[in-house]
Design a protein around this ligand. Structure first.
Ligand SMILES: [Zn+2]
Length: 217
């Protein structure tokens, strides 16, 4: 057998072994997950610098221009998604997160695979409606509910300012009632029975807004 054929056979065997490792072993799947996350992050970093591309211009743009640009971007994204469909998942986690745009829930979870139901409200406040949304999510298979707060929260600042409280009384009251609502949610029969049976966990977390690191509350 010539030296060239030997090298070719060796290369084919090596590629085969790597393919088996990537597809069928735990460490191979973890490597795929991390490489996928790195590529998502590369995309975030590439777009992050493009301040003059859309929405923010040297001249003022009208709300209709913003709408037009958003539709164009959606058309492009939807065409990609249509070409490369994604797998529907059954979420295992439901999270209540503040609407603050600095928090990106995909980055927060380090995951893009739709294992999460996300409810976003200013100040992560709950009303009866959100409690019902969470209970519906639990009925649909959720095993972990995360109730969050975050650093430098505008809704909390509004609730702490007498002037702002006058302008946003309902929001301020909802921030005041956050703990009471959490207790009310935990005491709902369908939720309390699942917690008692060890089938559901509810955790309170605090998010560092700048790093998105989850800290216990
Ligand atoms: Zn906030």
């Amino acid at each position: 057998m010539s030296r060239r054929i030997k090298i070719t056979l060796f290369a084919i065997a090596l590629i085969g072994l790597i393919a088996i490792w990537v597809m069928y072993t735990g460490s191979g799947r973890r490597t795929q997950f991390i490489v996928g996350g790195a590529m998502v992050n590369l995309g975030y970093r590439l777009q992050d610098r493009l301040e003059s591309y859309d929405f923010v211009h040297e001249h003022e743009i009208s709300p209709e221009d913003v709408w037009k640009e958003m539709q164009q971007q959606n058309a492009l994204a939807a065409a990609v998604r249509e070409t490369f469909p994604r797998t529907p998942r059954h979420p295992l986690v439901a999270m209540v997160v503040c609407m603050d745009a600095r928090i990106d829930t995909n980055e927060l979870t380090g995951d893009t695979r739709h294992y999460y139901y996300i409810i976003r409200t200013a100040g992560s406040v709950l009303s009866l409606m959100e409690e019902e949304m969470l209970e519906l999510a639990v009925e649909n298979g959720v095993e972990l509910v995360l109730l969050s707060t975050h650093s430098d929260c505008a809704a909390e600042k509004a609730a702490a300012s007498p002037d702002m409280r006058k302008r946003f009384p309902a929001l301020a009251q909802a921030v005041d009632e956050r703990t009471r609502r959490i207790n009310e949610f935990m005491a709902r029969p369908a939720i309390a029975s699942k917690i008692d049976a060890g089938k559901l966990a509810v955790k309170l977390i605090n998010i560092d807004t700048m790093t998105e690191k989850i800290l216990p509350r």
